[in-house]
Write a protein that binds this ligand. Structure first.
Ligand SMILES: [Zn+2]
Length: 586
């Protein structure tokens, strides 16, 4: 028999089997037993939180003739057919693959016909936000005049993308992320049933990595299972999730908070060398910093979320780090995480991140220990349980955790947009104004006397030069390269403008480079930086501006053998080599 994925085998078949959505399941069961069924439902929430499972259970329960307390029997032909997906009256549509108007028109045509076998015809439209505008309009027409015995269940991870006209015609249910402890319990249950041995710590790692999605948790569990021989070890769990051990994370955060850039970069190096994913690592650091912040305000919430494993290191760190340092760190992490999405060099960002975080740590290192916790922006904060109070109401705590988390999330987002709005304080190089930031007065003279030969020489020594730098400086220079060189200077381009920014303001770095060049090629060649994205424009502008000059030079008998060639192109090739000169006819 082919192996069946855990999340399929263990997909809930009854409302009571569903994890972490008690309010929703109770309401739906109640609607069924009291026969107060709506024509259209909207199930919104993160992926893997049980939206489609709930939709199918609902479809079964309203059609099952042996329904009890709102639960389907799962034994009758109707129930079985719906479970197998073979009942024609329950139609599942994935809007992600069918976003055309045609499919919805098809629904409109067929919706008129009464169900053939079941009592109710149920349309389950998954990822409904993916529908095209035309399809939404067609769907709206159907929802405006709903035929009897037809129920629509619209499921989505992005409810804000659904037109308000549609939402207003549905009964909305918001599915919550599943608490790590709930998915932990569920996995333990499944593993016990399967008689698989496991390390509890490993299951905790998986529960946390799944970030509130039960389906994700089970998929990761599946992978971890396929690694080990009927057992789940911590090593395998860490390997599959790409997570960094808590100790290593604690070490890293401790190092950046104490401003020890060198040690933090070394830790980062070993994390990356162990094959950890850069984005995953950032995610882990964010969640660690967020937990530190949360711990200062309400320790029992973190203890609950961490399933009781809060280390001494963590507690000490939470005690001595001012909240504003943590906020600054989270902002920085969040900004870098955004930038990392669009890069093929996430490692470079991590190094810069480390330097920035250590700077934050250094700046705030002298700050006094936070004694008073700043008021949370959450309006409901005053009702938050006091740390001393022994609250046994886990659900309430969970609710508080969710609120605090989303408050922190808002804080994470708000300052970064505010920063973007108040940009003038910290100028950035943008595409629209390339030349503004760049020092043309230094660049043009180099271009004027640049030679291919000199550039070759620089490119040859460049890797050695970078190796001679400090670990911090090397992190900044890692993706730089010399693009033009003369006896009067060298122009160095950067792949990322934030690295360019960083380099231009770092005079120690410039000194180190020039001293290094002095040792390697015998001259302390002045170094000028440019962002790579601006380089073609700068070069082109230079060539255009000096066209006449170049023309004149090439008319001299110095180069009589190439009279027919375009002198500008010749000059460009001389400067940059044939491989990088593209001649565009204009
Ligand atoms: Zn049944």
């Amino acid at each position: 028999m082919a192996y069946q994925a855990l999340y399929r085998v263990w997909r809930p078949q009854r409302f009571d089997d569903m994890i972490g959505q008690e309010v929703i399941t109770r309401t739906l069961k109640n609607a069924i037993t009291t026969n107060q069924i709506s024509h259209a439902y909207l199930f919104a929430g993160p992926r893997g939180t049980g939206k489609t499972s709930a939709a199918k259970i609902f479809a079964k329960a309203i059609n099952c003739h042996h329904q009890q307390d709102g639960e389907p029997c799962n034994e009758c032909d109707t129930c079985k057919a719906i479970t197998d997906g073979t009942l024609n009256d329950v139609i599942e549509i994935d809007a992600a693959s069918n976003n055309g108007v045609e499919e919805i028109r098809d629904i409109r045509d067929k919706v008129k016909y009464a169900p053939t076998v079941a009592d109710y015809k149920v349309y389950i439209i998954d990822e409904v936000h993916m529908l095209s505008t035309g399809a939404f309009n067609a769907l709206l027409k159907t929802l405006e005049e709903p035929p009897a015995n037809v129920i629509f269940i619209l499921a989505t991870t992005e409810p804000h993308k659904i037109p308000a006209t549609i939402i207003s015609r549905t009964q909305r249910f918001d599915f919550k992320r599943i608490a790590a402890n709930d998915s932990y319990q569920r996995m333990i249950y499944i593993l016990d049933q399967k008689k698989v041995t496991y390390d509890e710590q490993a299951i905790k790692v998986i529960a946390k990595a799944a970030e509130g999605g039960m389906r994700d948790a089970l998929s990761i569990l599946d992978q971890a299972l396929s690694f080990g021989d009927n057992e789940i070890t911590l090593d395998n769990a860490l390997l599959v999730t790409g997570s960094v051990t808590h100790e290593l994370l604690a070490t890293y955060v401790q190092q950046v908070l104490s401003g020890d850039t060198k040690a933090a970069l070394a830790t980062l190096q070993s994390v990356l060398e162990a094959g950890k994913d850069a984005e995953r690592f950032t995610e882990d650091v964010i969640s660690y910093a967020r937990d530190l912040l949360l711990y200062q305000q309400a320790p029992q919430l973190v203890e609950g979320a961490e399933m009781g494993s809060v280390s001494d290191d963590f507690q000490a760190l939470a005690k001595k780090t001012p909240a504003q340092t943590m906020y600054a760190m989270i902002n920085e992490l969040n900004a870098i995480q955004q930038q990392m999405r669009f890069t093929t060099h996430p490692d470079v960002y991590l190094e810069i991140l480390t330097i920035k975080l250590a700077e934050i740590g250094r700046q705030n290192g002298a700050a006094p220990v936070a004694t008073a916790v700043p008021a949370t922006p959450n309006a409901e904060a005053p009702s938050a349980p006091q740390p001393a109070a022994e609250s046994s109401d886990v659900t309430e705590l969970q609710h508080e955790i969710d609120q605090l988390r989303s408050a922190v999330k808002h804080l994470e987002q708000a300052p970064s947009t505010a920063k973007a709005a108040a940009a003038p304080a910290k100028p950035r190089v943008t595409k629209s104004a390339p030349a503004k930031e760049v020092n043309l007065a230094k660049i043009y003279p180099v271009l004027g006397s640049a030679t291919r030969e000199k550039l070759n020489q620089l490119q040859e020594v460049w890797p050695d030069l970078l190796n001679s730098l400090s670990i911090t400086q090397r992190a900044v220079m890692k993706v730089s390269q010399p693009v033009a060189a003369a006896n009067s200077g060298v122009i160095v381009a950067f792949d990322y403008s934030f690295l360019y920014q960083r380099a231009t303001t770092d005079h120690e770095l410039t000194d180190a480079l020039e001293n290094g060049l002095d040792r390697m090629i015998g001259t302390a060649l002045p170094v000028v930086f440019v962002p790579k994205e601006d380089w073609p424009t700068i070069r082109k502008n230079y060539l255009t501006a000096h066209k006449a000059e170049l023309q004149a030079n090439s008319d001299t008998p110095a180069e009589p053998e190439k009279p027919a060639e375009n002198p500008v192109v010749t000059k460009a090739e001389e400067l940059f080599g044939k491989d990088i000169v593209n001649v565009k006819a204009d």
